[in-house]
Design a protein around this ligand. Structure first.
Ligand SMILES: Nc1ncnc2c1ncn2[C@@H]1O[C@H](COP(=O)(O)OP(=O)(O)OP(=O)(O)O)[C@@H](O)[C@H]1O
Ligand SMILES: [Mg+2]
Length: 385
């Protein structure tokens, strides 16, 4: 059995064989910085910026945050603009939380209010098309209503190149056009939690039935909310799930889906074609058929349940091109053969959890709906109490 190794080492994207991430490659730091602030701090900011958007030309030389620079590196230009637009009070502390394939995520705080700022990386021309897709997705994040299992996108910072003009786009902004503005960063609710991949790798959580049921129910709820807004998520994986275990017996864990980078508008009964996602979690039709729909998220949920309940990957190969072949082979099996394959990877599944995963690994038309998966997981949770 292959244990879940370093974050991202096996979670390969469709792009240029990067170690992690949906769009491009950057290795993640081995250790994750943690801070102790209230998880709800971002909500205060949400209220604050919920008014009109502001157009603000950036001064040639933005003032340097002197007090903060004694202890922390000075803010980047993009961060300075965000601090001015929100506004946050000086001194402002900014610290890197983590790095994804397409961004660096920072915790930015003025001591009273804390946000996460996702600074989008510039990409090579060859992947520009996908980058636009990604930015569209981040802006889709603004359309998602408040949900306890989804990280709130509070605003997106965009720049109008021609006028050197910056703007914070918020929910419902009427005259935003991607043609004129270039998205630079997302202002997100800060979540005081570690992503599930890191938690599993560093053994901060124990894989197993309890974790799978807990995560599964909450991610189902998040995906149902996203689909309800006529959006498809397309990037379910442990790296995109922030998880904090229950603080005391009987309390709830915190599970929040982050990274709206590949989220795309897709009406019910419509299809899309873009090749994107993370290989291990991708439904076979994403790369083997000419079109796919919302049901790809249900397949990825099945893979997530497998990983979280076992601590190992569903597929054997580390080589990306071989994983594609394994997915196709797995998809070609009938249900009994799939069951045998899964039991050959891990012997100790709860029979009901195994049934749920198998129902999520069906062909798109027969695939279990998220509402059914949620009901089955709720029942499993109830039967264990
Ligand atoms: N709101 C948040 N609060 C705290 N940490 C966060 C937040 N959003 C993201 N993170 C951390 O930053 C990491 C990278 O974020 P995210 O997945 O959004 O970046 P990305 O560049 O789009 O990733 P990918 O590699 O999938 O393209 C996450 O795995 C998580 O550890
Ligand atoms: Mg991500």
């Amino acid at each position: 059995m292959t244990p879940l190794k370093e974050p991202g080492k096996q979670d390969l994207s469709f792009s240029t064989n990067p170690p992690r991430g949906a769009v491009a490659a950057t290795a993640r730091p081995a250790k994750h910085n943690q801070y102790s602030v209230k998880p709800d701090d971002g909500v205060a900011i949400a209220g604050k910026i919920a008014g009109e958007s502001i157009d603000l030309p950036l001064p040639e030389k933005a003032p340097i945050n002197k007090r903060a620079s004694r202890h922390y590196p000075p803010l980047s230009k993009t961060e300075q603009v965000i601090v001015q637009l929100l506004p946050l009070k000086e001194p402002v502390e900014s610290r890197k939380i983590n790095e994804g394939g397409s961004s660096v995520v920072k915790k930015v705080s003025d001591g009273q209010q804390t946000i996460a700022v996702k600074l989008l990386k510039d990409k090579a021309v060859s992947i520009e098309r996908r980058l636009i897709q990604q930015k569209n997705g981040e802006i889709s994040g603004l359309n998602i209503p408040d949900h306890p299992n989804i990280v709130k996108t509070l605003a997106v910072l965009v720049r109008r190149e021609a006028k050197n003009e910056y703007r914070l786009i918020q929910h419902g902004d009427p005259d935003f056009s991607l043609a004129l503005y270039r998205p630079l960063a997302c202002v997100l609710e800060y979540v005081d939690a570690i992503d599930l991949c890191e938690s599993l790798v560093n053994k901060k959580v124990q894989p197993g039935l309890d974790l799978a049921v807990d995560i599964g129910r909450k991610i189902c709820a998040a995906l149902m909310c996203i689909h309800g807004q006529n959006l498809v998520y397309r990037d379910i994986k442990p790296e995109n799930i922030l998880y904090a275990p229950p603080k005391a017996p009987g309390e709830e864990s915190m599970v929040k889906l982050t990274d709206m980078g590949l989220t795309k508008h897709l009406k019910k009964n419509d299809y899309t074609r873009t090749l994107c996602g993370t290989v291990d979690y991708a439904a076979p039709e994403v790369f083997s058929e000419s079109k796919y729909n919302h049901t790809v998220d249900a397949w990825s949920l099945g893979v997530l349940l497998f990983v979280v309940s076992t601590g190992i990957r569903l597929y054997n190969s580390k080589d990306e091109s071989k994983v594609y072949k394994e997915i196709i082979r797995f998809n070609g099996k009938n249900e009994a053969q799939k069951r045998l394959y899964m039991l050959s990877r891990f012997r100790f599944f709860h029979p009901e959890l195994l049934n749920i995963m198998l129902s999520l690994f069906r062909k798109p038309r027969q695939r279990m709906a998220l509402s059914e998966a949620k009901a089955a997981l709720d029942q499993l949770a109830g039967s264990k109490q």
